[in-house]
Design a protein around this ligand. Structure first.
Ligand code: NCD
Length: 305
């Protein structure tokens, strides 16, 4: 039995195969409509979510399965003091697979060590978010036709942005990727990711505070929200939250085949005017997330279609 806590647990070959499954689901949805008949996913969300929780639920429904769970810690026994380990043991009695989001780094890992069914990390604090990475990778492949040999800019809150951490970790195993890290000095990518992931895998990267200086060279621009909920100081958040705002005027300096990604929710960092630009891919990315979660559920439940 396998869980998915960190994207490194999937080999590049497995990720590529899951993207093939997602492409097939997109082309032949009917083929999959009964694949998980009689199976249940529990979505245990101790932190707010729109896309991730609903896309897991939509994914399971589209595979013919069912859904149970909760969307806030207050409505679960965590509010009475139950441990994550006990919650995982209990929910294993009701569901065939668990998707868990938690504000504490490592909580889904603890759940996976105690559950008797697969556990999927649906975001743990400022740490990792492997299923968003699956959505991001499929979007990159469908937009650019490849995941290798791309210059990818990450812009915004690279310190607390868990989707950035997981995507860089996945990309470090593809070839010919050049990463451009664009952030205020206060929100730079954590040193452990540079040393343990990028340097270790010989991944090329540069760092800058200036989006406009590097925008013309990018194939992908991955925008992120400044993660206010992880700041210790409200004042610091207010000072940094609008560090970067992508506008139609700025898009004029970018490549004609740039793809703009964003895990969403967007706050201010992409002007609504950019949405009409064919290079804006963030809403397609949402849909791709559902298909990759379908592929992941099939894989972890060992269902072949
Ligand atoms: C992201 C997250 O939760 O980390 N959202 C998502 O799952 N798509 C990004 C964010 O909250 O900024």
């Amino acid at each position: 039995m396998r869980s998915l806590i960190d994207i490194q647990e999937l080999s590049v070959k497995e990720i590529d195969e899951m993207m093939d499954v997602a492409d097939d689901i997109i082309a032949n949805p009917k083929k999959y409509e009964n694949a998980c008949r009689g199976k249940k996913i529990a979505t245990l969300f101790f932190e707010p979510s729109t896309r991730t929780r609903l896309s897991f639920e939509a994914a399971m429904y589209e595979l013919g399965g069912n859904v149970l769970g909760f969307s806030e810690a207050q409505s679960s026994s965590a509010s009475k003091g139950e441990s994550v380990a006990d919650t995982a043991k209990v929910v294993s009695c009701y569901a065939d697979i668990i998707a868990m989001r938690h504000p504490k780094e490592g909580a889904p890992l603890v759940a996976s060590m105690n559950a008797t069914v697969p556990v999927i990390n649906a975001g743990d604090g400022g740490h990792n978010h492997p299923t968003q990475t699956l959505a991001d990778l499929l979007t990159i492949r469908r937009e650019k036709g490849r995941v290798n040999n791309l210059t990818i800019g990450f812009c915004g809150d690279l310190k607390f942005g868990r989707t950035v951490h997981s995507l860089i970790s996945a990309l470090s195993r593809y070839t010919g990727i050049k990463v451009v890290l664009i952030s205020p000095n206060e929100l730079k990518l954590p040193g452990y990711i540079k040393s343990d992931v990028m340097d270790k895998n010989g991944m090329a990267y540069t760092e800058t505070t200036d989006l406009m200086e590097v925008l013309p060279e990018l194939d992908i621009l991955y925008m992120t929200r400044v993660q206010g909920e992880r700041f210790f100081s409200e004042e610091e958040y207010l000072r940094l939250r609008d560090s970067y705002i992508l506008t139609p005027e700025k898009m004029a300096c970018a490549k004609s085949d740039l793809a703009v990604l964003h895990p969403l929710p967007r706050v201010n960092e992409i002007a609504v005017g950019v949405d009409a630009d064919p290079r804006a891919c963030y809403f397609k990315q949402v849909l791709n997330g559902k298909y990759m979660r379908m592929a992941l559920i099939l894989k972890l439940l060992e269902v072949t279609v």
